[in-house]
Design a protein around this ligand. Structure first.
Ligand code: CU
Length: 197
């Protein structure tokens, strides 16, 4: 709304300026290009994850995660179980205010089916420093097949603001390297540390 009336009543019905027209065409073409490349980047840039999603009651997911942690628990770190599932296993990782639970220990080069869900609010699973980001919703179970390609300690942070303790919401994934010990026995470095305790 302007203070004074426009000089001509039909002020909007003007031919489109050439420069403006060029911008409209460029912006439209770019929009179409980006739209098509949402799919293309999945293959070219390997940016988007292939995942499956199912509905799940938060309490049911909590039970699955607890059973999983109990079954494969290797040790404990500050009261949080460090869980070491076998290759190819179904791995459960839950987000809740304000924690990613439990700590996982995976082996480099092996594939795992990672099940992700939240027990309360929307959280953001963000794997660092790899920078894999997945929205995690209560009531939905995301399943991704993950094959670690590097060993080391990876941090998980929450990148979706979820409350006052959001900045403290972290988790951890250890990736160990398969090691051939003397006598041909196969052991992982972390398993050896566990034995030494
Ligand atoms: Cu959060």
């Amino acid at each position: 709304m302007s203070v004074t009336s426009p000089q001509s009543r039909v002020w909007w019905k003007e031919p489109v300026e050439k420069v403006e027209l060029i911008w409209v065409v460029v912006a439209f073409a770019w929009g179409i290009f980006m739209f098509v490349f949402m799919v293309a980047w999945h293959f070219i840039g390997r940016q988007n994850l292939s995942n499956e999603t199912y509905r799940v009651a938060p309490s049911a997911f909590e039970k699955k995660a607890e059973d999983f942690a109990k079954k494969y628990q290797a040790r404990e770190e500050d009261g949080v179980p460090v869980v070491k599932p076998p290759a190819g296993a179904d791995v459960y990782l839950l987000g809740r205010t304000f924690q990613w639970w439990p700590i996982l220990e995976l082996e480099k080069g092996q594939s795992y089916r990672i099940h992700l869900s939240s027990l309360d609010l929307q959280h953001g699973f963000s794997l660092q420093p790899t920078n894999i980001n997945i929205q995690v919703h209560p009531g939905l179970e995301h399943i991704i097949t993950l094959t670690p390609t590097a060993d080391g300690t990876f941090g998980i942070i929450c990148n979706e603001y979820c409350g006052l303790g959001h900045h403290t919401m972290t988790g951890k994934i250890y990736v160990t390297q398969k090691k051939v010990a003397e006598g041909g026995a196969v052991a992982t470095a972390a398993a050896k540390i566990g034995e030494a305790k």
